[in-house]
Design a protein around this ligand. Structure first.
Ligand code: IPE
Ligand code: IPE
Ligand code: MG
Ligand code: MG
Ligand code: MG
Length: 290
């Protein structure tokens, strides 16, 4: 698993490096690269590749689409750490972008990474029809805006120190984290021009995978080591974040996550699409310590 992840990370990083190299220089390039290349598991790209392999999508196209996803992910982390958001000083074992470059530069580097995703998906290097590119851009935009990351982050902050229902917590986690995973699960189907009904199914599977990912992140925050995770842990409790752990406790949240894995695997099985790679990725998501 780690080997596969390393290869995907290497291929994604080399695409992004050459993409940026071909652009004109600017002062924001250094903080943007800091957000992109300071480590990071590239788990979203792995999901894209796992689902893509079920539909026999070309690896190179998936790496390019994954690179766009990683730009949006990197932007979301830079903004997530800002003083007006989670106010975190360490990310991936290094100073957060705003600590290193200042707040305004971090905001602008984040904005530039978000828009770079659209530059990548509309670029001629991605050898697919314009119609498909538009569908991909439409979907990734939806995953990032008020119905996705931004909307979910808004809810995450507004739920601090409040008693929030299980349903509301999972809806918030699906928006802030799940929607980008949904994009990763439907992009291969968009490429293969699958029906709206099939796309919807994979949209839901992606939301569940993203929810699983966020629940695992919350478990790491609750009991994990800061040194291994590369970010301060124990912060969700201090900040009164509404998480499943705050509602169910650590043990029952692990049970919830295991049931989620069963649910995802069952959905894929029903679709006669249970793959070893994907199941392996799901186990990795829950059992990781960073
Ligand atoms: C952390 O994401 C933020 C969440 C959405 C939970 P990752 O754990 O994927 O971060 P990196 O890219 O591997 O550092
Ligand atoms: C971040 O969730 C979700 C995003 C969309 C960036 P967290 O706030 O829990 O992520 P970490 O723990 O800081 O990485
Ligand atoms: Mg946050
Ligand atoms: Mg955070
Ligand atoms: Mg967290």
């Amino acid at each position: 698993m780690q080997k596969k992840l390393n290869r995907i990370a290497k291929d994604t990083n080399s695409f992004l490096k050459s993409f940026i190299k071909k652009q004109k220089k600017s002062e924001l390039i250094i903080p943007m690269k800091y957000g992109l290349f300071s480590g990071g598991k590239k788990i979203r790209s792995k999901i894209l590749i796992d689902i893509g392999s079920l539909f026999k999508v070309n690896y190179k196209s998936l790496i390019i689409i994954g690179s766009a996803v990683e730009c949006i992910h990197a932007y979301s982390l830079i903004h997530d750490d800002l003083p007006c958001m989670d106010n975190d000083l360490i990310r991936r074992g290094k100073p957060s972008a705003h600590v290193k470059f200042g707040e305004s530069t971090a905001v602008l580097a984040g904005n530039s990474l978000l828009t770079m995703a659209f530059e990548i998906l509309s670029h001629k290097d991605l050898n697919i029809s314009e119609k498909i590119k538009i569908n991909l851009i439409n979907k990734i935009s939806e995953s990032s805006g008020h119905l996705g990351i931004a909307g979910g982050q808004y809810l995450d902050l507004s739920f601090e120190h409040k008693k929030v229902s299980k349903k509301k917590i999972t809806q918030m986690e699906i928006k802030k984290t799940g929607k980008l995973f949904s994009f990763c699960c439907v992009a291969p189907l968009i490429l293969k021009k699958k029906s709206a009904k099939e796309i919807k199914k994979f949209d839901n599977i992606g939301a569940d995978i993203g929810l699983l990912f966020q629940v695992a992140d919350d478990l790491i925050d609750n009991k994990g080591s800061s040194l291994i995770a590369g970010k301060k842990t124990g912060k969700d409790k201090k900040k009164g974040k509404a998480t499943l752990i705050s509602l169910l406790g650590h043990k029952d949240t692990i049970k919830y996550a295991n049931r989620l894995i069963l649910k995802i695997n069952n959905k894929l099985k029903k679709y006669s699409l249970k793959s070893k790679d994907l199941s392996e990725t799901l186990d990795y998501i829950l059992n990781r310590n960073k």
